[in-house]
Every structure is written in C-alpha cells, then in structure tokens.
Ligand binder design. Structure first.
Ligand code: MRU
Length: 349
C-alpha cells in the first residue's frame, strides 16, 4: 500500500500529513504546541475519527512533556485541562474523547511526573498501534463480507489517512489490491469539503484500486446504471442501538441501499462505539462555517450574505444498516443486543 502515514510521532515530535493540501501537494506539518494540535483538528488538516483520536493523544503527550512542575497533583490538573481543551476541537467523532480519556486513565498509576510523561507517550503509541491492527482486521472481515461483490459505493474518506493505516471502509480495497482481488469503487465526491474526490480517489489510486468519481447527487442513478452491489461507509460515532453518525450524505446512501435492495455496511473500530448513548438522537452534530458552501476555494459561488445550514454529519438509523464491521467481528441485527455483547466479549467481561 503506497499511501503516506497521516500521523507520525518520532523523538518527541508530532507530524501530520496536511490533508487540506491533497491531492496535488503532499506536505507534512509539524505540530509544536497544543494550540497547533487543536487548530489542525478544527481546520481538517488531520481528519477522520481514528486519526483525530491518535493526533489528540500524541498532542496531549506533547503538551504534557512541556509542563515544568515536579508535583504530581499539579501536573495531573494541567493535563486534565489540556485534555478538556483538545476535546473541544471537534464534537462528533467519539474517538477524540475516547483517546484522551485513555491517556488520562494512565495518570493515577504514575509514580512521578517523569513517569507520568512516559506513560502518556506509551499510551498514545498503543492507541496508534492498536488502530493499525484493528483496521487491518476490519479489512479482513470486510473482504469476507464483500465476497462475490465487485462494484461498491462509498462516501467521504474512511481510508488509510483517516486512521493509523489501511482505513475502515477502504481497508478491504487496500487489502484486496495487495491480494489481487479487483474491486470497482464508486466514490461520492462528498460535498462540501470533497473528502471523496480529494482524498478517497487519490488514496485508492495510490493503491492501484479501480476508482470512479461521482457527485453525491449521482448516487441513486449510479446504483442502477452501474449495478452497485453494496455500499460501505465509515463512522464517527455509533450509539448502543447501532445508530451511526458519519459524514453528511451517508443517510442518503443508506436509504438508497434499502430502496435498491443492496447491503449497507458500516466499518469502524470498537473505539467508535459510544454505549453511553442509547440511540443516535443525542449524538452532537458539528455545524461548520458557511464559507464551505458559499465559496469554492476563495471564489464566491453564492450571493453575499446567503443563509447557510452546514451540518457536517448525519445519523443513519440502525434499521438501514445490514451489518457493522469491527476488528472484533461482524455485528448483525439485533444491534441493541449484539453490540453490547460483542464489546463486552472484546473487553474480556
Ligand atoms: O469531517 P471528517 O472528514 O473528519 O469526517 C470523516 C468521516 O465522516 C469518516 O467517514 C469517518 O470519520 C470515518 S474515518 C475512518
């Protein structure tokens, strides 16, 4: 797989692939302060639920390393403050809060500030490594589920650069490419930020996957005209009953899948589940700035002062979902029973 790694930590330095510059410029940015980390997440220089979690984890470790106090309680208070700040950068992807909580969970065992700093880095590295392994496993399960199917539709970018490696929804295509398994992927451009055309198309091309770009509004026609056999998407947060928040436009595809009688798959690591939410009603939906709709780059494409509604995510009710592919196995309905069961088994309970 010939796709650059999106988040790297080396010798205490945090570097991200600038996803705002792709596909024409492959540039990396070093994040030197906690403010840099916050701004990079907010401005989508790094994006995708797992990659956001990994970046925030390293960002917290980076900020913690700079705190001068030797007093453990004071240090913990500073780190908790940093975590709250980073958690506020984007609201929908639960991986962000999940990763920060995991780092905070290491602090009570620390014997000194120096030990606490090391534990934070080690936990961030564990999160990154676990995500890479999880995505590879999701790819394996995805290949099983897509057996006998070739023409697949996706939206947004749930690929390698949205995770530690391989991606979630795109993992079966990357693994398939390594193994000589040919797919024809139809990628929705994903307005307004074009994660589909800029990132998914580019990323699959790097892997030698046959990928065709369509606008979001072409999805219904394309399913019929091109004989799409399944739809696969990523997730930013999955409630206990399987309701799934993902990039705006995902719900449209789920409804289309049902209308056309094709399967609709969600691919996500267990870190994307939020069992504190019974259903998707309470998932916070990020609203982004009006310029994403009123401008194309810097050029205006709408009258000045146009009223804009720009939700970045929608929630697909679990009734539309055929199966959820995780690294711990494939979850089928009844989701309300099967999700807690699988997560409890995964946690060894
Ligand atoms: O706003 P983004 O680009 O961060 O949204 C990302 C998505 O919706 C992805 O499909 C989702 O996070 C899954 S990433 C593996």
């Amino acid at each position: 797989m010939n796709v650059p790694v999106s988040v790297t930590w080396q010798d205490g330095r945090l570097t991200i692939l600038d996803q705002q510059k792709l596909p024409h410029v492959t540039e990396f940015i070093e994040l030197e302060t906690i403010e840099d980390v916050y701004d990079a997440i907010l401005a989508l220089n790094v994006r995708g639920a797992p990659a956001i979690g990994i970046t925030a984890a390293y960002g917290l470790a980076l900020a913690a390393a700079r705190h001068g106090t030797d007093e453990l309680d004071a240090f913990e208070a500073l780190v908790r403050n940093d975590a709250a700040y980073l958690a506020g950068s984007r609201p929908t992807a639960v991986n962000l809060a999940w990763a920060l909580e995991r780092l905070l969970g290491t602090l009570p065992n620390a014997r000194s500030v120096a030990d606490a700093k090391e534990r934070l880095v080690a936990e961030a590295e564990a999160i990154r490594a676990e995500d890479e392994a999880a995505c590879r496993k999701i790819g394996e399960y995805g290949l099983e589920l897509l057996e006998g199917k070739t023409r697949i539709m996706t939206i947004c970018n749930a690929g390698s650069i949205a995770t530690a490696k391989y991606g979630t929804a795109l993992a079966p295509f990357h693994l398939g490419s390594e193994r000589g398994r040919a797919f024809e992927v139809f990628a929705c451009e994903t307005r307004p930020v074009y994660q589909g055309s800029r990132l998914t198309v580019w990323e699959l091309q790097q892997s030698g996957v046959d990928v065709t770009l369509i606008t979001d509004s072409m999805a219904a026609h394309t399913i019929g005209a091109k004989g799409i056999e399944a739809i696969i998407v990523g997730a930013d947060r999955i409630a206990a009953n399987g309701d799934t928040a993902n990039k705006i436009g995902t719900l449209n595809l789920a409804i289309l899948a049902q209308a056309f009688g094709i399967p609709f798959y969600v691919a996500a690591p267990v870190s994307t589940f939020d069992l504190s939410l019974e259903n998707g009603q309470d998932i916070p939906i990020e609203e982004r700035k009006a310029e994403e709709l009123t401008h194309f780059g810097k050029a205006p494409i709408a009258p000045e002062a146009t009223a804009v509604y720009n939700p970045a995510f929608d929630v697909t009710p679990s009734d539309y979902i055929t199966a959820i592919i995780t690294e711990k196995g494939i979850i089928e309905p009844d989701f309300s029973q099967n999700i807690p069961r699988l997560l409890a088994a995964a946690a060894g309970r």
